[in-house]
Design a protein around this ligand. Structure first.
Ligand code: C5P
Length: 258
């Protein structure tokens, strides 16, 4: 179904970018898919079909399952723009913390989401502590409502898009052409996240990370709005025993088979 291909080396070179195409983040370009529209609402925005002929690939899964890296590689492979939607929730949490607000303050979190102009270049977005705060704000309906429309417009670009997150196949892009649910055991995910953070110079304890991951799985899976769920038509990809190259090949096989 999908035609464009690049070499594996090219895929690796874009790891670390949240999107694979230049975007304006100053909030002045209203036509940009990551700018806010006037009245976003959960479930109320229009899915892309019909009329959009681009390919949409939805990738969901729990923290540190490999979905983000796979999303970047798949986007590069097909020459599609990519959005790591977790960064949006992280950016909301960061703007709250920067303003001295608590992440469980619903009014402040909702206002921060409504005013969000994400800066994906901010390295603090990837901090371990921010994942926890992001998962707290992500359970708030007002925060999700403020972010749903910009995600859908990103998905509905004419050439298509790759989005990864927790609710892409279930809520944001139920019409996606290909859906992957990427998972791995909590122990393996904790091991990967510790290795990643240690490589960035952060000294993290494996047991503490495993606790974090379990707590986040529980919160993301049990919240009432857009909980982490495998869409009925999503294909499961368990990466526990796979390195990134093998996981990438398996993901491509799934996408090419739909
Ligand atoms: O993917 P990442 O771990 O960076 O996401 C941080 C948090 O943002 C998740 O734990 C989850 O609570 C939330 N999130 C979400 N829906 C998405 C993406 C992320 O609720 N589509």
């Amino acid at each position: 179904m999908i035609r464009r291909t690049n070499s594996f080396d090219e895929h690796i070179s874009i790891v670390g970018l949240a999107t694979t195409r230049p975007i304006r983040l100053d909030g002045t370009n209203d036509s940009h898919p990551l700018s806010h529209s006037p009245s976003p609402s959960i479930g109320g925005g229009a899915p892309c079909r019909p009329g959009n002929i681009g390919v949409i690939i939805a990738i969901d899964g729990p923290a540190a399952s490999g979905k983000g890296t796979l999303g970047r590689l798949i986007a590069a492979h097909y020459g599609l723009p990519h959005l790591d939607t977790g960064l949006l929730y992280r950016a909301v949490a960061l703007s709250l913390l920067d303003a001295g607000e608590r992440p469980d303050d619903i009014a402040a979190a909702t206002a921060a989401a409504q005013a969000l102009v994400p800066d994906f270049a901010d390295a603090r977005l990837r901090d371990r502590q921010l994942g926890e705060a992001a998962s707290i704000v992500a359970a708030m309906p007002g925060v999700r409502a403020a972010l749903v429309d910009m995600q859908r417009r990103f998905a509905c670009q004419p050439e298509g898009a790759v989005l990864d997150g927790r609710d892409i196949g279930t809520v944001i892009c139920p019409e996606a052409d290909a859906k992957l649910f990427v998972t791995a055991t909590p122990e393996e995910r904790a091991r990967r996240r510790v290795a990643e953070l240690r490589a960035r110079g952060e000294n993290v304890d494996l047991d503490a990370m495993l606790d974090d991951i379990r707590k986040r799985d529980e919160r993301d899976g049990s919240r009432t709005i857009a909980p982490l769920r495998r869409a009925p038509d999503a294909r499961l990809l368990d990466t526990t025993e796979l390195d990134i190259e093998a996981a990438f090949r398996a993901a491509l096989r799934i996408i090419e088979s739909v």
